[in-house]
Design a protein around this ligand. Structure first.
Ligand SMILES: [Zn+2]
Ligand SMILES: [Zn+2]
Length: 893
């Protein structure tokens, strides 16, 4: 089966075959250029795709992002906007670097053995393979992205953006190099930023250690101070003990010295109001080289900074006898030594939050290190304003507070990484004059002294530095391109709420800086996580990962998209269940089958002109009025990003109203030779396909390609993907038709309910009366349809209740009128009489037995009172039942 435009409407398989349809359709769309923005001059609608990481296999999170963005993009394209969805890929610096290093480790070598160039060659090879796979997978999801504009964070144009941004920030004093305490990952061999550290509670210990106190000259005064620490291995790097200046326990000790237990070094005892008197001994060891709080105390008091750790996690020469020992082994050895020296007062178990590297899960070590920093505090100011003044909106709104709180407390951003894969820092150091040349074009000489003895900084930039430029670097910035003019600012940034800080915040800061204060996007739409059916987070280790490609093989891309959209609501997590995936597939099939029915009914001689508004049959006016409402609601819901509700409304209309009612009623008319419903059938089907296309693109296009041969698009579109989204035909709103047809539906449902209650055989025709009040005329025109839809014949449609029988009937009272079914019509009277007579005989026999028993004096005198009571009760029940049965018999007549 090949999918080409304008298919034969009569040629539709009995079941929808997603596997056969999807790929050829996608190729045709792409080949036809439909994914490119085609309305220059019109209002633009731009979405920049969050770049997936090179490392990752496609997961449900991508599938959701893709589906939501594609739905928005397809919708805007159908609204006639100049629509661009720009795809790209992120180089995922630390993650990819780690993969290549792991491969090297398997060969028994390290990156230093092969050198930087060879390492990067290997990395680029990995990148090529990975990018191919990613773009293939996104195509499988139906992404209508403009692949001709695809960007990569490491391509030439993006490198120019990165270097230009770096240079400008450097010239403005917003990027600087400084020795600071950073988060060091021993495993990654790199600094990482604050938000790449994840804290988890873990059991540990508080070691209580005695420090002897001495005079300034080192003479012990015969007193100790006990401090508690969770990281005793840092004791050799202590440079003070701190107490609260007003703590009476330590009055007179401030200014004296403490003796570091492991190496006998003298350190000052200082008073700092930040020390809590209440907790523990009220004394702290101060280790500015290994703790951020201590670092600040150290800055206040001008303390020395000692660093005792090597980048590989072993201790260095400042640790004395522990030099060369791995950090946790050193901890053990040091604790044993303290104990032997009588300096360990006690050990308490203590659970506390420990920082781990987000990537490698290793315990992060605060270390002093020379790094490059971005002055985030300065950049945050305009980024806060852009949100508080409403130029950037969050959906859902509650994330605005999350964003603002973080921005208001932001710390400077450590952007240098000690790995090789990534944008190398564009700074060259001069060996001759020590000048730093910061440049966009790779320089050959020092810009200050002209010496050729220059070396580029060895470090690379944090991945998020380049992805922070994404909304404008993808459009060609710093070059003043046509795309930048045409598509910036973008309209929607759609991403997961888990990366607000990593990504959204940085895009706002860097875009405002580079783009003269113009915001990068107007709306930040945050979707939730897709969880496993049991509600847990999907993870390989739990084995509960649902693979989108496997799902697509089972339920089709549209089925998956239906399931994801129906479960999504802004900012909330969803579970992906088999039930939901199956309803996706079922709905594709329902759409296909109903369409097949409609398309096969059409004949070339049919006039496809709709009846003028307020004319035509009641059901025509009803369905067109309902359609107008659904179009209106769907548009409003899409505008508010309530995709799942929009889908639900269109689905319910299609399935519960159009397919279950309109088509059924129309069948009766067509059978009777009335061809007028055909125009309505074709029109409603066409509009529904348009409404559903953004969410279920394949099945709708596949059907529409058949429909368009019967009913050409008024705008001349050759594909649904570029046809117009429906406009609500407000002139077709018809409250009276909706009320009257609603009453007819009630009559039919009323009769069906009675049939169900009385367990009438499905095939049996029953006599019925409809008391239709002011809907009598309308109901009469639909008489044959009503008869067919509830198997009621003869059917009497009367205006008032006195025209219907009131004896021997079952009645149901409705909002308008009532339905009345003679009992006799519900079943075969002779058989029913025989059945009841048999029961009467049984019950009569029981009554006889009970009466005999109770009139027996021997029984009455011997049996206990409660037994006699029970028997009397049984008799009464049987008599009541007998009365009921006899009444039923009379009713049958
Ligand atoms: Zn790490
Ligand atoms: Zn120089």
């Amino acid at each position: 089966m090949t999918t080409t435009p304008n298919l034969d409407p009569k040629d539709m398989a009995t079941a929808y075959d997603a596997q056969a349809v999807e790929q050829p359709l996608y190729e045709w769309w792409e080949r036809s250029g439909y994914f490119k923005p085609n309305h220059p001059g019109a209002r633009s609608f731009t979405v920049i795709m969050p770049p997936p990481n090179l490392t990752g296999e496609l997961h449900m999170g991508h599938a959701l992002t893709n589906t939501v963005e594609d739905a928005l993009v397809r919708w805007h394209r159908m609204l006639g906007d100049d629509t661009l969805w720009l795809p790209g890929v992120d180089h995922a610096a630390i993650a990819v670097n780690a993969i290549i290093e792991r491969d090297l480790a398997r060969e028994g070598i390290s990156r230093h053995d092969i050198g930087r160039d060879e390492f990067l060659n290997r990395t680029w090879e990995f990148v090529r393979r990975s990018r191919d796979r990613i773009s293939t997978q996104h195509r499988r999801l139906g992404a209508s992205a403009d692949w001709s504009r695809e960007a990569f964070t490491m391509d030439e144009q993006r490198e120019k953006s990165v270097r230009t941004t770096f240079k400008n920030l450097y010239n403005d004093g917003l990027i600087y190099r400084a020795e600071r305490l950073i988060n060091w990952c021993v495993d990654c061999g790199s600094a990482i930023s604050d938000i790449e550290v994840e804290y988890e509670d873990e059991p540990g210990s508080f070691w209580h250690v005695r420090y002897a106190i001495a005079e300034v000259d080192g003479t012990p005064i015969g007193r100790d101070i006990v401090i508690a620490t969770t990281r005793p291995e840092t004791i050799p790097a202590d440079t003070a003990l701190a107490v609260h200046p007003e703590d009476p326990r330590y009055a007179g000790l401030i200014g004296k010295r403490a003796i570091v237990p492991t190496n006998g070094r003298l350190i000052p005892i200082i008073g700092d109001a930040a020390v809590s008197i209440e907790s523990g001994s009220g004394a702290l060891k101060v280790t500015p080289g290994h703790d951020p709080v201590d670092f600040e105390i150290g800055e206040r008091h001008g303390l020395e900074i000692i660093s005792i750790m090597n980048p590989d996690g072993t201790l260095n020469e400042h640790a004395g006898q522990y030099r060369g020992v791995e950090r946790f082994a050193a901890r053990k050895a040091l604790v044993a030594d303290l104990e032997a020296a009588g300096r360990l007062e006690k050990v308490e178990p203590y659970t506390h939050a420990i920082g781990h590297c987000q990537r490698s899960r290793t315990i992060v070590e605060p270390l002093i290190s020379m790094q490059w920093w971005v002055d985030a505090r300065t950049l945050a100011k305009p980024a806060i304003e852009a949100v508080t003044d409403g130029r950037i909106k969050f959906v859902p709104e509650r994330f605005e507070r999350t964003y603002l709180q973080w921005m208001e407390n932001i710390r400077d951003w450590c952007i240098s990484r000690q790995i090789w894969w990534g944008h190398r820092i564009p700074v060259w150091y001069c060996d001759a004059c020590q000048h730093q040349t910061v440049a966009i074009e790779t320089p050959t000489r020092c810009e200050s002294c002209n010496s050729e003895a220059i070396r580029q900084d060895e470090d690379t930039l944090d991945t998020w530095f380049s992805s922070g430029l994404w909304p404008h670097s993808t459009l060609g910035w710093p070059d003043q391109t046509d795309d930048l003019k045409r598509f910036y600012p973008t309209q929607v940034m759609e991403t997961g709420y888990d990366i607000i800080f990593f990504w959204v915040a940085r895009m706002v800061m860097l875009s405002l800086y580079n783009m003269g204060g113009v915001v990068p996007f107007e709306t930040v739409y945050l979707h939730g996580l897709v969880r496993a059916p049991d509600g847990a987070k999907m993870s390989k280790s739990r084995g509960n990962v649902v693979d989108p490609l496997e799902v697509i093989a089972k339920v089709g891309t549209d089925g998956l998209r239906y399931a994801l959209v129906s479960g999504t609501s802004p900012g909330n997590d969803q579970r992906i269940t088999d039930d939901r995936l199956e309803s996706g597939r079922n709905f594709s099939n329902k759409l296909w089958n109903a369409s097949r029915f409609v398309l096969q009914m059409v004949e070339s001689s049919d006039d496809l002109t709709l009846p003028a508004p307020a004319t035509g049959a009641l059901e025509d006016r009803w369905v067109l009025s309902r359609l107008a409402t659904v179009v209106d609601d769907s548009t409003r819901l899409m505008e508010r990003f309530e995709l799942s509700e929009a889908l639900r409304q269109v689905r319910d209309f299609f399935w519960d109203e159009f397919a279950d009612w309109y088509i059924e009623v129309a069948k009766v008319r067509v059978r009777a030779g009335d061809r007028t419903p055909v125009a309505v059938l074709v029109h409603v089907l066409d509009q529904v396909l348009r409404l559903l296309h953004p969410i279920m693109p394949y099945v709708t296009e596949e059907i529409w390609q058949r429909l368009v041969t019967i009913s050409p698009d008024p705008g001349g579109a050759s594909a649904l993907i570029v046809a117009r989204y429906p406009l609500a035909a407000t002139e077709r709103r018809d409250e009276d038709a909706e009320r009257q047809f609603g009453a007819v539906q009630d009559f039919i449902r009323g009769i069906r309910n009675i049939r169900a209650e009385k367990r009438v055989d499905a095939g049996r025709w029953v006599e019925a009366y409809i008391v239709a009040a002011d809907v009598t005329a309308a109901a009469t025109t639909l008489q044959e349809a009503i008869e067919n839809l509830c198997r009621a014949r003869p059917l009497h449609i009367v205006a008032t209740a006195d025209a219907a029988p009131s004896e021997g009937v079952v009645t149901s009272v409705l909002a308008t009128g009532l339905v009345v079914l003679p009992m006799a019509g519900l079943f075969d009277p002779a058989a029913e009489r025989a059945r009841i007579e048999k029961q009467i005989a049984e019950v009569e026999a029981e009554v006889g037995r009970q009466e005999a028993k109770l009139s027996n004096e021997a029984f009455r005198s011997k049996a206990p009172a409660d037994v006699v009571g029970k028997e009397e009760e049984r008799l009464a029940t049987a008599r009541t039942r007998l009365e009921g049965l006899r009444a039923s018999l009379t009713e049958i007549g």
